[in-house]
Design a protein around this ligand. Structure first.
Ligand code: PLP
Length: 433
């Protein structure tokens, strides 16, 4: 073609969580039974949606108004409801104009980075959630900038690292946190969030906080919403129903924008996101009609509490089994529904393997592990030998070696089998060479 049509950032678009699926499908075709531990979809793993929520949906789909176009920024009554929810917390005050709906946070993230000035960078955590890190890298055309989460300190952010990186790189205009975190399951205490806000204030950068797991906090952890600690710093919280209802197929998430009235450039940027949405004519209406009815229902709190208890029990169960494996470091999750199993320094090499009985599967795995990071090598062998499909930590924009599992399997027997199978195979693999 006479012009190069590929965007400078195209190479930065990677999503290991899905890429591993392609490998697993090849193995499935070779007869391997796959245990999907790669994606954070509670429904796929058997979670049942409470009947009272389904009843609300049935009523909504029986009404004609549900089927029309709705305001692109989001249904006014729903935005008013969500603004009131923020104001009830007593921190930064917002109005319905500070609530902006998107087709899931995936869409929000694409717009947030797509409409950010190219030279303005956002620093995010490592390990990173790939949607953020890929979108930021693609927007800038360079590798994503990261600060470290420290496994020796329960995966808390290294604040000196964050502070220094922002101080010495004036292209950084914003910082991203995920609280509770994917993939580590860490939850940030209020004091730590206040320190992060202080760093943002000193360096005059905005804060983005992904709070999609905000109502999945357990094991005694305490935290705060960004709205409660942000003070007068410009900020955005990213919220959604994919994980907490759970309804990932709704493609419905929203931004809570803080202090846009105090910073004209920030307001202009937010306006550009809204203008970009306007081109789409409408936002996802059904979940938005449902939000005040579901979140405003007295049964919703009970629903959230039951899910917290469920994930706490599973986090503890997984930790009991996997933290005992020599050569790994496992921090007990306090939020979201993931756990990261880290390999201790030096325990992995590129000669280790697992026995695979089927010769076609064995050949596929030996071919696939050429030139891959050493944690991905383990993940591929685990997949070939047992069918358990986890995600390597190096796929999360991270130099540390390990992998992420989910806490989502609803079948108790299958879940325990999965943990024990992973634990046994780590031991076998580490002992193999
Ligand atoms: C931290 C985080 N943010 C956002 C998303 C995606 O949210 P949505 O389904 O609203 O696009 C995920 C999905 O796994 C996630 O882990």
């Amino acid at each position: 073609m006479r012009r190069d049509i590929v965007h400078e950032g195209a190479r930065q678009l990677t999503y290991e969580i899905r890429e591993i699926v392609a490998v697993a499908h090849r193995l499935q075709a070779l007869g391997v039974e796959i245990t999907w531990e790669n994606i954070g979809d509670p429904v796929q793993k058997g979670e049942r949606i409470p009947q009272w929520i389904k009843d609300i949906m049935v009523k909504l789909v029986s009404e004609d108004t549900t089927y029309g176009y709705v305001a692109t920024q989001g249904i006014p009554d729903t935005r008013r409801f969500l603004a009131e929810e923020v104001n009830k917390r007593g921190g930064c005050r917002v109005t319905m104009d500070d609530i902006v709906f998107f087709n899931g946070l995936g869409d929000a993230v694409a717009k947030i980075f797509g409409f950010l000035r190219r030279e303005a960078r956002v620093i995010g955590p490592s390990p990173a959630y790939s949607t953020h890190s890929s979108a930021e890298a693609a927007h800038s055309g360079y590798e994503h900038l990261t600060y470290e989460l420290n496994p020796a300190k329960n995966w808390m952010p290294d604040l000196d690292d964050l502070d220094n990186k922002i101080k010495y790189n004036d292209s950084i205009a914003g910082m991203l946190l995920i609280n509770p975190d994917n993939p580590t399951g860490a939850v940030y205490p209020r004091r730590l969030l206040e320190q992060i806000v202080d760093i943002a204030k000193r360096h005059k950068v905005f804060i983005m906080c992904d709070e999609i797991y905000t109502h999945i906090v357990y094991n005694g952890a305490e935290t705060a919403h960004l709205s409660e600690v942000i003070g007068d710093v410009p900020g955005i919280a990213l919220r959604g129903i994919s994980k907490e209802l759970p309804w990932p197929g709704a493609r419905c998430g929203w931004l809570e924008v803080f202090n846009q009235d105090k910073y004209p450039a920030f307001r202009q940027y937010i306006q550009s996101l809204i203008n970009a949405k306007m081109l789409e004519v409408c936002s996802t209406s059904l979940p938005q009609f449902a939000i005040p009815l579901i979140i405003g229902d007295v049964r919703y709190l009970e629903h959230l509490t039951a899910r917290r208890d469920m994930f706490e029990a599973r986090a503890n169960e997984a930790w009991e089994i996997l933290s005992k494996v020599e050569g790994t470091i496992v921090v007990k999750p306090q939020g979201a529904f993931y756990m990261t199993v880290l390999f201790a320094d030096g325990v992995l090499n590129n000669r280790q393997h697992l026995p695979i009985a089927d010769s076609k599967v064995a050949r596929f795995i030996t071919d696939s592990v050429r030139d891959v990071p050493i944690d991905k090598r383990f993940v591929y062998y685990l997949l070939g030998a047992t069918g358990v499909c986890v995600v390597p930590l190096t796929g999360f924009c991270c130099d540390k070696k390990g992998f992420r599992v989910t806490l989502l399997e609803t079948d108790d027997e299958k879940r325990r089998w999965t943990w024990h199978t992973i634990a046994e195979n780590i031991q076998k693999y580490l002992a193999s060479a």
